[in-house]
Design a protein around this ligand. Structure first.
Ligand SMILES: [Zn+2]
Ligand SMILES: [Zn+2]
Length: 344
């Protein structure tokens, strides 16, 4: 099979690899029909997340089940399926609490040996362990390029809003309109937010958020704090989603939030920085942080997508073939694309 492998910083390659086989009773073999390139793949591409040379990358996928071990009973050979970006054991203390994202035996697709040694999905074939928990059937009529969002990007945007405890009638601000931020905008509106302020400095992303029904606010050409305060009686919004992943926007998120509101930080906070904890304390804020619990949300996210209340379709800006992966990563790295879908 052909697979996209990490070679060195800023270098991926399409290589021929032996076809993988089902080796355990809980595994399924998938013929991958579409895979996505994600922001976290760029961390690998840049060499910030260490992955072995020759390791197959990618973790967003849709395909058809070609084979299944004896214990796999929730999907069957021939089913069209989508998967979550990681696996979980279903039996550890974290899984029994429903915190699949903190599973003690979590394995992430395409992230090298230190994150579970699970080969990635940017390939023609993929072995999926814990298939009963990791895979879902694609609802009838849902395109591949939409379905592959459910187990990662849309699940993450949904989590950012759900984890904040957002309720119908709330006002929300979303900082950072990459794919996750844009999905969070949709999730907030689908959950009954009365106004969603979408904040970024890229015009096209602001326009897309506005097309979903959000109020676009330019990060530097406007003053987000003033705009949000003016629209909320001087109080600030009930929920702020920080989808940037940097200490500086977290400070802005704290300033945009009303007293006793919630800040939901979904972007991976890399590095150190100043966070105005004193202000957060004075305002009595709740901070909800961490990786998304996509396995816990995937059925609800799929139901909302099937009902047309969430629609990641507009986020797909580029379709390319698996063989063009090298070029696709270059394009994505230049921030010329919002989401690139690769097809074998
Ligand atoms: Zn991802
Ligand atoms: Zn577990």
């Amino acid at each position: 099979m052909r697979a996209v492998t990490f070679q060195a910083a800023n270098e991926v390659r399409v290589e021929e690899k032996p076809d993988p086989q089902v080796a355990a009773a809980d595994e399924a073999l998938i013929r991958v029909e579409a895979s996505g390139i994600c922001g976290s793949d760029l961390h690998i591409y840049h060499g910030r997340v260490p992955v072995e040379q020759g390791f197959t990358i990618g973790h967003e996928y849709v395909g058809t089940v070609l084979g299944a071990g004896a214990d796999v009973d929730r999907v069957a050979v021939g089913d069209r399926v989508l998967g979550c970006f990681h696996t979980a054991c279903a039996t550890c203390a974290a899984c029994l609490r429903g915190d699949y994202h903190r599973c003690e035996q979590q394995r992430t697709f395409g992230h090298g040996s230190h994150l579970g040694d699970l080969q990635g999905a940017q390939a023609e074939l993929l072995v999926v362990p814990r298939a009963n928990l990791t895979l879902r059937r694609v609802p009838e009529g849902m395109p591949d390029e939409a379905a592959l969002f459910a187990g990662d990007v849309m699940g993450t945007g949904y989590h950012a809003v759900a984890h904040a405890g957002m309720r119908a009638g709330d006002t929300v601000a979303v900082l950072g309109l990459g794919p996750v931020g844009l999905c969070a905008v949709q999730a907030a509106l689908a959950g009954g937010a009365v106004e969603v302020f979408a904040i970024d400095s890229v015009g096209a992303r602001l326009e897309m958020a506005a097309s979903f029904g959000a109020t676009p606010v330019h990060l530097t050409e406007e003053e987000p704090k003033k705009v949000v305060r003016a629209a909320t009686g001087g109080r600030g919004v009930d929920v702020v989603v920080d989808a940037v992943g940097d200490p500086a926007p977290l400070a802005m998120a704290i300033s945009l939030c009303r007293d006793a509101g919630t800040v939901s930080g979904i972007g991976a906070y890399a590095g150190k920085g100043e966070v105005p904890l004193g202000l957060a304390w004075l305002k009595g804020l709740q901070l909800r942080l961490g990786l998304a619990n996509v396995i816990a949300h995937v059925d609800r996210v799929l139901a909302l997508m099937e009902a047309g209340k969430l629609d990641p379709g507009p986020l797909v800006t580029h379709h390319m073939s698996l063989d063009e992966a090298d070029e696709a990563y270059r394009v994505y790295d230049q921030r010329e694309a919002l989401k690139i879908v690769l097809t074998p």
